[in-house]
Design a protein around this ligand. Structure first.
Ligand code: SF4
Ligand code: SF4
Length: 72
């Protein structure tokens, strides 16, 4: 059995250019823009797919990964 916790995306707003690509690609509409600033509008909808991280042209989003240990 593996323990798993949800790792929500972290947005580094100082790097963000406000292009909107992350909000456009998010399959669950968990991330949205307010003005030029992306924010996690619906964290409960985030599936941690990391598509927002992959598409961001300036690496302003990171989705932390989890290291799991098998339990005996
Ligand atoms: S990790 Fe996936 S589901 Fe979560 S905000 Fe990013 S694109 Fe949307
Ligand atoms: S894709 Fe990156 S640069 Fe574009 S709005 Fe999202 S966080 Fe900002």
């Amino acid at each position: 059995m593996y323990r798993k916790k949800q790792n929500l995306p972290v947005i580094h707003i100082d790097l963000c250019t406000g292009c909107g690509a992350c909000a456009a690609i998010c399959p669950t509409a968990a991330i949205a823009l307010q003005g030029d600033d992306p924010f996690l509008k619906a964290p409960e909808k985030c599936t941690c797919c990391a598509e927002c991280e992959e598409i961001c042209p300036v690496n302003a989003i990171s989705v932390p990964f989890t290291i799991g240990w098998a339990e005996k």
